[in-house]
Design a protein around this ligand. Structure first.
Ligand SMILES: [Zn+2]
Length: 455
């Protein structure tokens, strides 16, 4: 199979379909050799799944938008990351997003073991990684790809291909979920737009974050000292409730959007589980290797994009360069309005980034017997469930460490979300003038330290 033809191959029977989207995008399809190999590696993995039939009747475009004209960049055929277009039955993936994600995955993957990852030594190291990748992900990822050919790294290339292939499968599974639900969705993820104005409306900020706080709380991400924030009999809780009633239309929208998005995430998890379960029958070692690849990929992307969003958010607040969470605490404490602006960190339609990754990792690890109970709910399984030997100890440990570190590190986001609800009330009740809201956040090394105490 010619490398350049891979997305055409996945498009299967639709070759004659020369509709508007094909005219617009075919010339900008990615020819990146590594992405092509990952797409090729994905095809046999998908074989026999419902997704593969569905893809044969849809169109998949991995698009390099660098030379695309403004009407495409401003139009319906553009996405920052991934999108599902209902009318065209098409899935779009932005090549630049894949390259940046690959750079993050490769950076976190170099060390192998979690405790050896250099970017987890300090906030400075973690922000430094974002600083190095973000200005030119294409160049950075090309440098990382060269490391695959160094002596002693014989496995590195095939592991990187597997990791990107299975991550692509997750992204595509999510978008197929939207198509199955008859939804037209423009973005897989919510990342902060450096150009967009900050959220300034207290009510919309509270309504949006109340939804996140309720979900975080339901899933056990709570702060005991902030309990009154969600207690409707408290002044803060009552203020949130009043806003939710006043802006009931947006509140209903948020509920609706979140549900669509979590269903699409579930759809992706079901697909991954089906692929893993089918693989178990013929090659259980490879199935567990792929499980480790997806856990590593979700871990790296979740942590990288959260850190990147924090950095962009703080730039928008006027901070030139963020180096650690001490800076974050000081900037947030300057004025209560900063917590209102912070609603931008959570996105409009999606569940919170870190939470989405945690729930998918958790569901897959639970299905493999690593946990007796899932955090949320078990992943739906299509294939018959086979009795398996225990998951390899090293794989199990590395996967669990990654999920648990995200569970610990979600603390900063939880504090920001709860603080937003409290700040809204303080601003409206006039108390903001009397009280400074100084919140202590946890650095990545503190999170790792807590993880070491646990495991
Ligand atoms: Zn989506």
């Amino acid at each position: 199979m010619e490398a350049e033809n891979i997305s055409l191959y996945i498009r299967g029977g639709n070759i004659e379909m020369t509709c508007a989207i094909d005219v617009a995008l075919a010339q900008f399809e990615s020819t990146d050799p590594f992405i092509q190999r990952a797409l090729q590696a994905m095809v046999p993995l998908l074989e026999g799944t419902e997704a593969s039939e569905r893809l044969a009747n849809s169109q998949l475009y991995v698009v390099d938008y660098r030379d695309a004209p403004p009407d495409i960049l401003k139009g319906r055929f553009y996405t920052d990351n991934c999108a599902a277009l209902l009318e065209e039955q098409a899935i779009l993936v932005n090549e630049a997003y894949l390259l940046e994600t690959e750079a993050a995955m490769r950076s976190f993957g170099l060390a192998g073991k979690l405790y050896a990852i250099p970017y987890l030594r300090s906030d400075e190291d973690l922000f430094g990684l974002v600083d190095r990748i973000q200005p030119d992900p294409r160049r950075y990822v090309n440098r990382l790809r060269l490391l695959d050919h160094l002596p002693g790294r014989e496995e590195a290339d095939s592991e990187a291909v597997d990791s990107l292939a299975i991550l692509l499968m997750f992204l595509i599974g999510h978008e197929l979920g939207h198509l199955n639900q008859n939804q037209d969705q423009r973005a897989f993820g919510a990342f902060i737009d450096p150009e967009a104005p900050l959220e300034t409306h207290v009510g919309s900020s509270l309504v949006k974050l109340a939804r996140h706080v309720r979900e975080l709380n339901r899933l056990g991400c709570t702060l005991p000292v902030f309990r009154e924030v969600i207690d409707e009999s408290s002044e803060i809780g009552l203020n949130v409730k009043n806003w939710c009633e006043k802006l009931s239309d947006s509140q209903l929208n948020y509920q609706h959007w979140y549900l669509d998005e979590s269903n699409a995430d579930d759809h992706a998890a079901v697909l991954l589980q089906q692929v893993l379960d089918r693989m178990v029958a013929t090659n259980p070692f490879r199935a567990d290797h792929l499980l480790a690849c997806i856990v590593n990929a979700l871990f790296a992307t979740a942590l990288y994009y959260w850190q990147r969003d924090l950095m962009i958010f703080l730039c928008k607040l006027g901070c030139n360069k963020l180096t650690n969470v001490m800076d974050l605490a000081l900037i947030m404490a300057r004025q209560h309005e900063n917590y209102i602006h912070a609603a931008d960190l959570f996105g409009e339609v999606h569940r919170f980034t870190l939470l989405r990754a945690i729930l998918t990792m958790d569901a897959l690890l639970h299905a493999r017997g690593a946990y007796s109970e899932p955090i949320d709910k078990p992943v739906r399984r299509i294939e018959p469930v086979n009795e398996l030997p225990e998951l390899d100890r090293n794989i199990a440990r590395e996967c669990l460490l990654r999920e648990q570190l995200l569970c610990i590190h979600v603390d900063t986001a939880v504090k920001i979300a709860y603080s937003c609800l409290a700040s809204g009330w303080m601003l409206e009740s006039g108390k903001a003038r009397e009280q400074i809201h100084y919140m202590v956040f946890e650095s990545i090394q503190q999170s790792v330290g807590r993880l070491k105490e646990l495991m």
